[in-house]
Write a protein that binds this ligand. Sequence first.
Ligand SMILES: [Zn+2]
Length: 375
Amino acid sequence: MLRVERLKRFFIELASIESPSRREAAVAAYLKEKFSSLGALCHFDDSASRTGSEVGNLIIDLWPERGKPLLFFAAHMDTVQPTENPKIVFENGVFKSDGRTILGADDKSALAIFLELAHHLVEEKLFWPVQFVCTTCEEIGLLGAKHLDYSLLRAPFGYALDSEDPHDLINRAPEAIRFSIKILGRAAHAGLNPEKGINAIRVAAEALVRIDLGRIDFETTANIGLIKGGQATNIVPEEVLLEGEVRSHSHEKLEAFWKKLVKTFEEIIQCQQREGDKRPKVFFKRQEDYPLMAVSEEHPVVQIALRAGEKLGHSLRLTKTGGGSDANIFNAKGFPCVILGTGMRKVHSTEEYLPLEDFVRACELSFELLRQAAK
Ligand SMILES: [Zn+2]
């Protein structure tokens, strides 16, 4: 039997250790100590120099001598802020913070499940080789997963425990890019010789009204969330900077949006021809945030999870998410991975909480997954 009191204790201990992004050393040391005492092999990869974290990603092998791992479980060790001196409260079957900090169930609830699973396997002498991948810097751009040493990952597929509802099985997540657009006009005195200026704010505005933003279609969203420019009311503004993002479950649609965005700005610039004067200029910068995640419903990673859910008497809902996570990177690196919920709620806020019932259910599901994979 999985032991609920022990699972609770692991969670409280983990959530009591501060681990904002790049400061994961203490939580990693705690995990290493616990897993090592079970005889598991703990290995830090060399990603720290590239992520800026205190430590590398922690890859744990249980029963490596028993052959190829059946699967891997993944979770991130870092949390968002505020995290200073966390006090965990357990009341009426629910974990929460004392209101000053986040709870950190995102993603410590998953790490506690890993510990309970490993203890259970060892106690029951269930020699199912399995890997646990504990990443750094997920919350600041999936940096740990992006720089993970994938030669250490020997399992064919895996499960990232990093979502809320334990009834959900997430097999699709969007691709996302971030971009900035700089418009360079020409400064001039607004009262003495405005005709010598090119108003960059005006150029930006003309382009912006011609661009679709918000929900573009059922699988694509776009936003321009930042605008900076101008110096004073009596100066024709020379420079404007716009920053935004686009996400889509379709790579083609994302590229189509980007193309249209660029074309719209270039057309507006073309129209700005003036006598004996130069046109404004536009500069684009684009940064890939995370790649698309789309795991086929036929893939064993999905099928095993569905079977495990049925076995426990609660069928899982196949669903998609609107955000990116480490699972996007694992998939892009050739390791099919879906996302499961741990019961955590209202994450990234001081109201974050974790109902024990859902937490235990997620733990039971993880164990059942392994049992199904071992068959
Ligand atoms: Zn998370």
